[in-house]
Design a protein around this ligand. Sequence first.
Ligand SMILES: Nc1ncnc2c1ncn2[C@@H]1O[C@H](COP(=O)(O)OP(=O)(O)OP(=O)(O)O)[C@@H](O)[C@H]1O
Ligand SMILES: [Mg+2]
Length: 249
Amino acid sequence: MIIEINNLFVKLKNKEILKDINLVVENEESFVILGPSGSGKTVLLKTMLGLITPTSGSLVILGHDISRVTPKELLDLRRKTGMVFQNAALFDSMTVWENVGFSLIEHFKLPEEEVRKQVQDVLSAVGLTDVMDKMPEELSGGMRKRVGIARALIFKPQIIFYDEPTAGLDVITSASIVKLMRKIHNQFHTTDVIVTHDLTIARKLADQIAVISDGRILDTGKWEYLLTSENEFIRHFLNEGEKYENTTY
Ligand SMILES: Nc1ncnc2c1ncn2[C@@H]1O[C@H](COP(=O)(O)OP(=O)(O)OP(=O)(O)O)[C@@H](O)[C@H]1O
Ligand SMILES: [Mg+2]
């Protein structure tokens, strides 16, 4: 397996945020962590990235126990994982190519020509052309998301973490991002961990869905299984979405 989490607890400012999290993500799986606002999705993602230290429990990523990694191993792990931040998190004062190639410039001091070449490759993988020298403010929300995805791809990662990849986008742009995520998954054979409250993502992309509410994973399984879950919260959450999605506009 690629990621294994056992009995993980996270406390922030003395408040228990994640409670007894258990999950396993297999190689090349699209694993969706689905839950409402404030349920702890971003905290869980940050914990997986080693940005938040758990109070107890174990977290193993690509064979490394996160609580025991050396700085060198952590750097190696960073290179094998890509992160797509909520709201793209681009640097406004840098061009698109500098944003996407940032780590190549910072860590490897590669020459501009080489960075631009690699940036060009990942930009075309996300369906963007002629944006290299633009500033982020010149792009639409959907294009910014694509740039954020391109940046996550720059090291050809084994795992991509997505935080709310469709938040703040209209229905049509959301659908195009979902399609892009599937294309990238198939093309680069990545393992994807996607945290979202977007039911369409769960339905269309997920091999496994873990439903989180108030810091606890209530159940894990495929969409069809969860639709008829014994847990009332899950049934309600998923079925409300189904109704909504079947509405034609
Ligand atoms: N640094 C922090 N210190 C204290 N509490 C925090 C911190 N970060 C998050 N929390 C709390 O943890 C809980 C979960 O927050 P989190 O951001 O993970 O939710 P989320 O599921 O990502 O929500 P959303 O869908 O709105 O992004 C919230 O109650 C939040 O207030
Ligand atoms: Mg969040």
